[in-house]
Design a protein around this ligand. Structure first.
Ligand code: NAP
Length: 251
């Protein structure tokens, strides 16, 4: 019987999720590259298989319970029981409180919080059956408060509470849960923010880097490296933690 473990990485068509998916494949896991549109996952899957790894594309909306249930069953059937979950799918709908619509509030809550809940709930039974599992949730430095992101910062702070409670509930089944809170990472998400505020991305990045102690913005691979640690065999005594990966201290 194969001892290869299976991971689900959500929002893995691009950005941080794609880097995490590639890294976990390099670490020897079979990876379900999950995103809204399965076709959009093709590049990530190809990069993994070209490098000799194993991956499939899975289309699902993490905010939709039935869509997630079908996706997780598909992963179990095609790759094996998913015992590693990285809840990375995310969106922003930034605005100042007085201009924010209920739809923008709900959209952000639904993808980040309901999405992580749906995927983790569907996958936990495979982890409990295996007596082993790893959950990694994407929080953000925005959890500490960020102008124009009352919805996103609330969701990302919520991801931290979700993580800590998972750690408490699932620890006795050999499952750890931890959160990564990235600072500024160069992806389409931050490029879209630059566009929204009308600043060229290069200038936006340079301004961000000037405020970061290590004097650069982050790359998706910085987050992938941290995820790789959390899902590793040796990290079994690390649970319920939030690691800020932001090029400097945050609290
Ligand atoms: P990104 O480039 O925008 O990628 C996010 C991915 O999630 C996209 O492929 C997107 O698909 C997918 N997605 C959105 N809604 C989904 C849903 N309902 N179901 C399934 N997939 C969905 O973002 P990123 O910068 O890589 O960010 C990844 C995670 O890190 C997010 O949770 C984000 O909040 C967090 N984070 C990012 C930064 C940063 O500086 N970039 C900092 C802190 C935290 P579509 O393309 O179809 O929309």
């Amino acid at each position: 019987m194969s001892t290869q473990k299976t991971a689900i990485v959500t929002g893995a068509a691009r950005g941080i999720g794609a880097a995490v998916a590639k890294r976990l494949a390099d670490d020897g896991l079979a990876v379900a590259v999950l995103d809204l549109d399965a076709d959009a996952c093709a590049d990530t899957v190809k990069a993994i298989t070209d490098a000799g790894g194993k991956a499939i594309a899975v289309g699902a909306d993490v905010s939709d319970e039935a869509s997630v249930a079908a996706a997780v069953t598909k992963v179990a059937d095609e790759l094996g029981p998913p015992t590693v979950v990285v809840n990375n799918a995310g969106i922003t709908r930034d605005n100042l409180l007085f201009k924010m619509t209920v739809a923008d509030w709900d959209a952000v809550m639904n993808v980040h919080l309901r999405g992580a809940f749906n995927v983790t709930k569907a996958a936990q039974k495979y982890m409990v059956d295996a007596g082993w599992g790893r959950v990694v949730n994407l929080s953000s430095t925005s959890a500490l408060g960020n102008r124009g992101q009352v919805n996103y910062s609330a969701a990302k702070a919520g991801m931290q509470g979700f993580t800590k409670t998972l750690a408490i509930e699932l620890g006795k089944f050999g499952v750890t849960a931890n959160a990564i809170a990235p600072g500024f990472i160069e992806t389409e998400m931050t490029a879209a923010t630059a566009e929204r505020v009308g600043v060229p991305f290069e200038d936006f990045k340079a301004a961000a880097a000037s405020q970061i102690p290590v004097n650069r913005v982050g790359a998706p691979e910085d987050i992938a490296h941290t995820a790789s640690f959390f899902i590793s065999e040796g990290a079994g005594f690390v649970s319920g933690q939030v690691v800020y990966v932001a090029g400097g201290p945050k609290d």
